[in-house]
Design a protein around this ligand. Structure first.
Ligand SMILES: [Zn+2]
Length: 146
């Protein structure tokens, strides 16, 4: 019986962690989409140097893809929330001049980042609370069977 507890416990915790992470990423993505549906991103193609506009959908459709960034400073604000200033933030966007996806600098990324960090905070607090409460419950139930 002890062996089962040792295996099942961490396994359940891992599943709980994954399920919460998938859920929160989806939630945050939807919230960002909703909040920024009128936001226009100013994107500068690094291939042809032309500036064009992109929508939040273009940004989110490659949410998990590679980005390049140079940050200047991380200031610790009230409640210990740090705000990062980006000197440069790039991601691949479709450029209509080059007719392909190219590395493009997002010129107004700081506005977006500032808005979205604020938006994400309650979700992240809930995420950790949920992880902890669920984790304690799982360990409690597993312990009953050991
Ligand atoms: Zn281009």
């Amino acid at each position: 019986m002890k062996i089962i507890g040792f295996v099942i416990g961490p396994l359940l915790l891992l599943i709980w962690l994954l399920a919460n992470t998938i859920y929160i990423v989806k939630k945050i993505k939807n919230a960002i989409k909703e909040k920024n549906k009128d936001t226009k991103l100013i994107v500068k193609c690094e291939n042809c140097n032309k500036e064009h506009e992109a929508t939040i959908d273009d940004f989110l459709s490659t949410y998990m893809s590679k980005t390049k960034s140079i940050t200047m400073s991380a200031n610790i604000g009230p409640l210990g929330a740090s705000s990062t200033h980006y000197n440069y933030f790039a991601k691949k966007f479709f450029c209509s001049t080059c007719n392909k996806k190219t590395w493009s600098e997002i010129k107004n990324y700081n506005d977006l980042a500032r808005k979205n960090t604020k938006l994400m905070m309650p979700f992240i607090v809930k995420y950790f609370a949920s992880l902890m409460i669920g984790g304690i419950l799982i360990m409690f139930v597993v312990n009953l069977f050991i």
